[in-house]
Each structure stands twice: as C-alpha cells, then as structure tokens.
Design a protein around this ligand. Structure first.
Ligand code: HEM
Ligand code: SF4
Ligand code: SF4
Length: 382
C-alpha cells in the first residue's frame, strides 16, 4: 500500500509532539446509571451464570452480562462488540481483569434480549463468539500470555492451549457448581507474566535443555557480565573460546549440571537460545490464590513436572487439568479453594485423589528455603 502520512514530520521529529498525556479518564466512559450511583451500591446478586444485578441506595439497578473473551481479538471482532453495545447498552461496555467482556443494562427487561443475542452469535467454525458465564463458583477466563504469537522466550504457546483448555472446561464457565471459584492461568515461560504463581491451577511453559552458545557472536551481541549475573544457579562463567578458524573470542561457558533451563540468560543474551521442539513442554502447578478470604494468599505449587507440547490441542495437558478439577469438585468443602482443600487433606492425599504421579522433580531443591518445604514432622497419612 502506498504510504499515507499522519502529519508527522520525520525531518523534525520533535515538532508538534504530544507526550505524557496518560490514559483517558475512566469516568468519561461510565454508563449513566453507573455515574449516578457510584459509591452508593447496596448489594448484588447472581441471577444466573454470567448475569448479575447491583442495586443502589436510590433503588436503581444495573444488570451486567459477562461473556468470555478470547483476549486476542481482531478489530473486526471489537467492532462487533461495539455494535452489540450500541444496540443494547447505549454504547457502553467494559472489560474485566480476566479479559472477559461485560455488557450493562439498567432494566431487567433488557437482559433476556441481550443474552439471547449474545448466545446466538457464532464463529464460522461453530464456536460461541460471546458465551455468557464466568461468574461465581465456576471457572472463568484463563489469564494468559503471548506464546508463539509474539514473544521470543516461550517454551509453549498461550492462545492454543488456552482454547484447548477452555473447550474442556467450558461447562464450568457456564455453570456455578464448584465449591469455590477456580482460577486457571497460563504463562509460556517462567518469567510468569500474569498470574500462574498465584492461581488455583497454572499452566507453565518449561524447557529441559541447557542453552546453546553462539560463541562467534556472543561477545558482539551480549554484555557478558549481565548474562553471568542472570543465572539463578551460577551455571555461567566467562570463558575464552577458540572459533573453528582459530580466532580467540570472549564468551561464556555453561555448566550443564548446574543449569535448570530457566532461560534467563537468553533473555539477557540473544546468543544463548534454548527453545527445543521435544525438550520444551508444560508444567502444571496448583493451589495458589490471591484473596485473603479465610486463609492468607498462597503460591501455587508444582504438581506435574512435565507434559509434552502436543500441538494443536494439548490433549494430555487438558485431560490432566480436567482430572484435578473433578477431584476438587468432588472432594472440597463449600467455599474451599483448591489450595485450601489440598492443605486440609494433605498434599499426599491430593496426589492420590487427583491420580497424579509424585516424582522427585516436585521436591524443592532451590537454596535454603527448600528445607522449609520438606516435612519436619511424623504427621502424614499412609
Ligand atoms: C488425664 C490425664 C492427662 C491428660 C488429659 C493429658 C493431656 C496432655 C496433653 C493434651 C498434652 C499435650 C500434647 C501435645 O500438644 O503434644 C500433654 C503433654 C504432656 N503430658 Fe499429659 N496428660 C495427662 C496426664 C499426664 C501425666 C500423668 C503425665 C506425667 C506423669 C503427663 C505428662 C505429660 C508430658 C511430659 C507432656 C509433654 C509431652 C511433650 O511435650 O512432648 N501427662 N498431656
Ligand atoms: S511468560 Fe515468558 S514467553 Fe510468555 S509472554 Fe511472558 S516473557 Fe514471553
Ligand atoms: S538457562 Fe537459566 S539456569 Fe541455565 S544457564 Fe541460563 S540462566 Fe543459568
């Protein structure tokens, strides 16, 4: 396409430059009923999965309809969202912290037409475009990352496994049958962008091979001390290397016995790539939460050391997650989050009930704090 200028002048880049203006202020986009009753809400209720009402002191009501969002969306899809908001909601809508979409109406009579309209819209392949759900004690959207769509450090994809997992868990998106809400998150490497370290169930991309070293370019592309300092296990040290041509270069050497494949060095140094088609895969973690309700927030714990990347539907990963969800649904008490259940019954019972194999990989071996994760008591169940 031929170049079309926006008015920016590359020969004087600072001319007419606007900067530090920040985001638009949130209340510019409030629906009128929200503006009017802000800070004066009395109570709320779930009417059905995905639909809830807030009632204000004034008696005003706002009905919210939450629908699943795939997070990665085209402009065409966003325009369809706007068209729905124009048709039913006076042009207003919002996105949630888990990337669902919420349409709000100020009268109960407007709810059913909205829900019917949303549920009638499907992708050409047959998927719901706007499945209503994601509320209460069910499974809502999966917080996830870039994967092979856009990042250079992933050990797995994000959008693909999330679609595969939500297909398997779909019934729990449109229902509220679980003991408490169950948060699933995914990160495609252990930078853990997002919420994997604090979710009920987490899907995490994992490498199993040490980095390759491009000695020819390493000193040219990398600040060597940064790569050395990037390693949590001190597996990297500076080294002089001889190239096949006989030339001596500054580089690094990696002690493979100390490397645990975190990929941090590659983040610092492009000459240390480590992605691998069969080495890479997925770790499953469980039992994290962020709320303070009853128990303090918890980190999620590794419960499956490795599952392969099985493109495009990740059947082993989704089957394992389904197994954990069903064991939790059957075993936990009302209001009990997955981590609270596992701690109450004991992790040895958690592995038994979820039918998961316990391997030596799950035993913490990272520095002094590892000791506190071992069992210094005779209390355990056979
Ligand atoms: C009906 C009678 C008794 C009851 C209900 C009773 C109950 C208890 C309880 C609940 C504990 C604390 C256990 C724990 O938290 O780990 C305890 C500890 C202890 N009891 Fe008793 N007890 C009784 C009689 C006795 C007698 C007669 C002796 C000694 C002659 C005794 C010696 C001890 C000792 C030494 C401990 C400390 C054990 C430790 O710290 O490991 N108790 N008892
Ligand atoms: S989790 Fe890792 S691979 Fe995924 S987007 Fe974040 S940095 Fe990139
Ligand atoms: S992958 Fe991680 S553990 Fe291995 S050498 Fe690089 S920084 Fe160290």
């Amino acid at each position: 396409m031929a170049f079309i200028s926006s008015g920016y002048d590359p020969s004087s880049p600072m001319k007419d430059r606007i900067t530090d203006i920040g985001p638009r202020k949130y209340d510019e986009f409030y629906p009128p009923v929200i503006s009017k009753n802000k800070g004066k809400w009395l109570y709320h209720e779930y009417l059905q999965p995905g639909v809830f009402v807030h009632v204000a002191e004034s008696g005003d009501e706002v009905y919210s309809v939450r629908v699943g969002g795939m997070r990665l969306m085209s402009i065409g899809f966003l325009r369809e969202i706007c068209e729905i908001a124009d048709k039913h909601c006076g042009g207003y809508l919002r996105f949630t912290t888990r990337n669902n979409i919420e349409f709000m109406v100020d009268n109960k009579s407007k709810v059913k037409p909205l829900v019917d309209d949303l549920m009638s819209r499907k992708q050409p392949g047959g998927c719901y475009k706007f499945p209503v759900g994601g509320t209460g004690a069910g499974i809502t959207n999966i917080v996830h990352t870039q994967g092979w769509i856009h990042c250079h450090t992933p050990a797995t994809d994000a959008s693909g496994p999330v679609k595969a997992t939500m297909d398997v868990l779909f019934d729990d998106f449109v229902n509220m049958r679980l003991p408490a809400h169950l948060r699933v998150s995914l990160a495609c490497c252990l930078n853990m962008c997002g919420a994997v370290h604090c979710s009920d169930i987490a899907i995490l991309g994992y490498h199993r091979k040490p980095p390759m070293l491009d000695h020819e370019y390493l000193d040219k592309m990398c600040e060597i001390p940064l790569a050395i300092a990037a390693c949590p296990t001190a597996a990297i040290k500076p080294a002089k290397m001889e190239l096949p041509g006989g030339q001596k270069v500054n580089s690094v050497s990696v002690n493979n016995e100390r490397c645990m494949f975190c990929g941090n060095c590659y983040t610092m140094c492009p000459a240390m790539p480590l992605a691998d088609d069969v080495g890479d895969g997925i770790v499953i973690m469980a039992g994290g939460k962020v709320s303070n309700r009853v128990h303090a927030p918890k980190f999620s714990k590794v419960v499956v050391a490795f599952l392969p990347n099985e493109v495009p539907r990740w059947p082993t990963v989704t089957a394992t997650i389904k197994k954990i969800v069903e064991a939790y649904a059957k075993g936990a008490n009302k209001y009990e989050r997955l981590g609270e259940w596992a701690e109450r019954i004991g992790w040895e019972r958690f592995f038994e009930k979820c039918d998961l194999e316990f391997t030596h990989h799950l035993i913490d071996d990272f520095r002094d704090p590892a000791y506190f994760t071992w069992r210094q008591t005779t209390q355990f169940k056979f």
